[in-house]
Design a protein around this ligand. Structure first.
Ligand SMILES: [Zn+2]
Length: 607
């Protein structure tokens, strides 16, 4: 429950009363029932009818009704999820979320026929609908659904695939989650023998103790290696499953479906990945600097995220908030105003408390509601950047409320646009205000490491996935073979700058993206490089850049990423498009290098 306004912590806890008065509010249940009824009425009005032959005005009416039912149905479900994230141990919240989930599922099932009808819309009808001006706003949504038409099976076949997936793909992904989730690691920390979970082990990569970092990482990987029989079998089965389904649906190559979902051409993706590879030396240059800062001759791959002395700078929430409002406001008064509204109206939950979800997120909700932010603010620099990141998301959703639900969510590849931008603005403001050299170094390193993890590492992951899918066409792969491909791609990135620990051969086996959503990782590269490009454009053009940027955010998901970016004069299909993003990384590294005194600490490395 939100704290009453009179308590001093009220401003750090969100107020969900804009949704419902309380979890006991009878409106929660009555609205759930109302939207389910509306979905069933819609079903009986339209199912079995020739939706494609409706007149454009009738079709528009149906589409708007469909959209309104979805929007109303989402509200109680999203309320349950927000409450649950506030206190995951609260039985009342848990059961409300469960109830909301079930109601939402029923609603989606009742409306499924309409979604399929949209997918099957013939070209000629689409043309008629586009000629009817009030339907033009839905053009992108309709076209998006239609993209999958050639790969959609008959209703009965879709049902068979779905039902067989329960014992096929879903069973394997669940087994992966449960199996790796059950791993327990024994590790001696100081004098104590500890039992740790996988995420606790990986968190030790941020420990200041080098010996501990290495021992934790190697123990973690060894354990995966000992279970490689199961892990390799799961991976093999899933790759084959994807291939079989691709063949049934008519996809020509393993990445095609992902490209369609992302609305990006395969050529643009290849240009982007090729460009990223040519810039691997930038990452290597950074790794050498990091080694210097840590006083090491060379990094091992368990040292990449080692903390720097300046990283311990404390920044209380009030200070971070103040800096955020000033820096966002300096960027554009509108950004400052919206961010202030988030705090004034208690749309931000930053306070740490027992049972609260451990990460950070922005929930955009729906166009008729406003977004909420959740984070766990402990007071370090990373938290201040996370606050700016989530606020960026919040502003994106806030501005996209001009759209209706079907055009609201930004495409996946542009979803991080405002958030990363917000983070850059905040980091620059922190750097401007900071006099301590070590803190400045730590800040720049945090920024660069984020980019390396989002751009370069994801490129390695995607190249590895491509290689594995390729080889699996030929035969069943052993854990060693998969490990060799993994090693080869990582070696390209690390070059001579980073030594991999021998057990890193099993590094592929814990990455859940490979199991849950193949080829997902390249969308991170795309998203990050686009934002860096936009940031570079902003630095170049100054204020004149901003109106177009605001329009981009206001557009939500009303057009595909290439169309949205073309409005800003950017063409992702041009070979040189990706260069600008790398220029930002180059500049950050140069800025870090300018913070010397390098002659003292890097004399051995000849940097
Ligand atoms: Zn984000």
């Amino acid at each position: 429950m939100p704290a009453p306004e009179s308590t001093p912590d009220a401003e750090n806890v969100w107020n969900l009363a804009d949704l419902y008065a309380s979890p006991q509010d009878p409106t929660v249940s009555s609205e759930m029932e109302k939207s389910l009824r509306a979905a069933r009425d819609f079903q009986s009005d339209y199912q079995g009818k020739e939706i494609v032959s409706l007149d454009p005005p009738d079709f528009l009416r149906a589409l708007k009704r469909y959209e309104a039912i979805l929007e109303e149905g989402l509200k109680p479900f999203l309320y349950g999820s927000l409450l649950f994230s506030e206190d995951t141990q609260n039985a009342e919240y848990k059961s409300l979320l469960q109830k909301g989930k079930e109601a939402w599922n029923q609603l989606e099932n009742a409306l499924l026929f309409f979604r399929l009808a949209l997918t099957c819309l013939p070209e000629s009808r689409l043309k008629d609908f586009e000629d009817y001006p009030p339907l033009r706003d839905y053009r992108h949504a309709l076209e998006f659904h239609r993209r999958f038409q050639p790969f959609t099976l008959k209703e009965k076949e879709e049902e068979i695939v779905n039902r067989k997936n329960l014992t096929g793909r879903s069973a394997f992904t669940n087994l992966f989650d449960e199996f790796t989730g059950s791993f327990v690691f024994q590790l001696k920390i100081g004098e104590e023998e500890k039992e740790l979970t996988g995420s606790e082990m990986l968190a030790l990569l941020h420990s200041p103790d080098r010996e501990l970092r290495e021992r934790a990482f190697r123990t973690f990987l060894q354990h995966h290696g000992q279970n490689s029989l199961v892990l390799a079998a799961l991976f093999n089965a899933l790759i084959l499953d994807h291939r079989v389904e691709d063949e049934i649906r008519g996809y020509k190559e393993p990445m095609q479906r992902t490209h369609l979902e992302n609305e990006i051409s395969p050529e643009a993706v290849e240009l982007m990945m090729g460009a990223t590879e040519t810039y691997y030396p930038l990452a290597q240059e950074y790794f050498q600097i990091k080694a210097c800062l840590l006083g090491l001759p060379k990094l091992k791959n368990c040292d990449i995220y080692a903390p720097l002395p300046g990283g311990h700078r404390v920044l209380p929430l009030a200070e971070a908030k103040d800096l955020l409002l000033r820096s966002f406001g300096r960027f554009h008064p509108l950004f400052g105003r919206i961010a202030a509204e988030f705090f004034e109206k208690q749309w931000v939950d930053a306070k740490i408390r027992k049972g609260k979800y451990g990460g950070a997120f922005c929930s955009g909700l729906t166009p008729s509601l406003h977004p909420y932010l959740l984070l766990n603010y402990t007071g370090n620099l990373r938290d201040a950047l996370t606050l700016a990141h989530e606020m960026g998301h919040g502003i994106h959703f806030y501005l996209a409320r001009k759209q209706t639900l079907l055009n609201f969510d930004p495409p996946l590849t542009l979803a991080e646009t405002a958030s990363v931008f917000g983070e850059m603005i905040m980091a620059q403001a922190l750097l401007r205000d900071e006099g301590d050299l070590e803190v400045r170094q730590a800040l720049l390193c945090a920024e660069i490491e984020d980019i390396i993890a989002t751009v370069f590492r994801q490129n390695v992951l995607t190249r590895f996935e491509q290689a594995v899918y390729d080889l699996r066409r030929d035969h069943l792969l052993s854990g060693e073979e998969i490990g060799n491909l993994w090693w080869r791609e990582n070696e390209k990135l690390f070059g001579k700058a980073v030594e991999m620990v021998p057990e890193y051969r099993w590094g592929w086996s814990y990455i859940s993206h490979f199991i849950h959503s193949r080829f997902y990782c390249y969308s991170y590269i795309f998203g990050e490089l686009v934002v860096l490009t936009l940031y570079e454009k902003y630095l170049e053009e100054g204020e004149t850049f901003i109106p177009g940027f605001v329009r981009l955010l206001e557009s939500g998901g009303s057009a595909s990423p290439d169309v949205l970016l073309a409005r800003l004069g950017l063409d992702v299909n041009r070979a040189d498009f990706w260069e600008r993003g790398f220029k930002v990384i180059r500049n950050l590294i140069d800025e870090l290098k300018s913070l010397g005194p390098w002659e003292k600490i890097c004399v051995r490395q000849n940097l």
